[in-house]
Design a protein around this ligand. Structure first.
Ligand SMILES: Nc1nc2c(ncn2[C@@H]2O[C@H](COP(=O)(O)OP(=O)(O)OP(=O)(O)O)[C@@H](O)[C@H]2O)c(=O)[nH]1
Ligand SMILES: [Mg+2]
Length: 311
């Protein structure tokens, strides 16, 4: 097939991009995804009976396809919502399922690559970015968040976010951000930190990435409610003392995060996923497995080891 033909097909279908949300229960992961997509793409309420019409917890890993347009570019988004962890119960299971989902998408691509005759319609559902929701406690990171982010960051681009940032005062938020970044540095968690190369990148890119890096972890406010002020529809959360606007950069970092995911850093996140994270998984699987590429899950890799030693 001609290259131009392939390109036209991609444009027609939309640029594929996959976002996953992970974190403790009730932090607003599902609300965030619906806010990002500007429609209730992920079901949150059970309307089957009046008694059940209460808020619904997410109970399974739930990929949903959404077509969007951003800056004139068509996007074929896949949104992967995951169940939140509990506070006291054993959370290993929830974590294992999330990691298994991410690695399964790598396995599917690996298997497709090894076929003699490739299937042109095969789906690539690799997760390009994982938003890790940190509770707005004002404290340092909890052990569970350190542990989960650290393990996940070996397989996927992890961007930490402060959930429900509207519940913190500006000084509390600033202090929380600082503490979280200190912990991330201290524990050596390899998050996606908007990398740039002083020698290679142009001044504009360097400046943009510096700003985004300085905003980490992004302060998130999600809401599916709107108010109309002066004829303008504003997405916000309402309080007796006023409103917190989702899309107002002075109120939270939602719009900055949205733009970097869906526009400015979409390609970089995809590239790192393919060239680095997938490549690392592939090397580990093919060198540590039994050679047919099916036994990826059996490879046990220590957190800190990049690649297991060959047997
Ligand atoms: N104050 C505040 N509340 C929020 C925000 N986002 C969501 N909420 C509320 O938090 C509650 C839980 O929201 P969900 O989106 O269901 O949370 P979740 O993380 O998906 O929860 P699980 O599916 O159980 O993991 C709801 O009552 C939301 O309205 C936010 O940014 N600020
Ligand atoms: Mg949910």
């Amino acid at each position: 097939m001609l290259a131009s033909n392939i390109r036209r097909k991609t444009v027609k279908k939309g640029l594929a991009f996959t976002i996953m949300t992970v974190g403790s229960s009730g932090l607003g992961k599902t609300t965030f995804l619906n806010t990002l997509c500007e429609s209730p793409v992920v079901r949150k309420y059970d309307h089957s009976s009046p008694e059940k019409a209460a808020l619904e917890k997410t109970v399974s890993i739930n990929p949903v396809s959404v077509d969007m347009e951003e800056d004139g570019i068509r996007l074929a988004l896949t949104i992967v919502d995951t169940p939140g962890f509990g506070d006291n119960i054993n959370n290993e299971g929830a974590f294992t399922d999330i990691l298994a989902y991410i690695e399964k998408q790598f396995d599917d691509v690996l298997q497709e690559e090894s076929r003699i005759k490739r299937n042109p319609k095969s789906q690539d559902n690799r997760v390009h970015v994982l938003l890790y929701f940190i509770p707005p406690t004002g404290h340092s990171l909890r052990e569970i968040d350190i542990e989960f982010m650290r393990k996940l960051a070996h397989r996927v681009n992890v961007i930490p976010v402060i959930a429900k940032a509207d519940t913190l005062t500006p000084p509390e938020l600033a202090a929380t951000k600082k503490r979280v970044m200190e912990d991330i540095a201290h524990y050596g968690i390899p998050i996606y930190n908007f990398p740039y190369d002083e020698g290679e990148d142009d001044e504009e890119t360097i400046e943009e990435n510096r700003e985004l890096r300085a905003a980490l972890p992004f302060a998130i406010v999600g809401s599916e409610d709107e108010v109309v002020i002066d004829g303008r529809r504003i997405r916000c959360r309402q309080y007796p003392w006023g409103i917190v606007e989702v899309d107002n950069a002075r109120h939270c970092d939602f719009s900055q995060l949205r733009y970097s995911l869906l526009s400015s850093h979409l390609h970089d996140l995809k590239e790192i996923t393919h060239d680095f994270l997938y490549e690392q998984y592939r090397t580990e699987t093919l060198s540590g497995g039994n050679g047919d590429g099916d036994e990826g899950e059996d490879v046990v890799v220590d957190d800190d080891d990049e690649v297991p030693l060959r047997a």
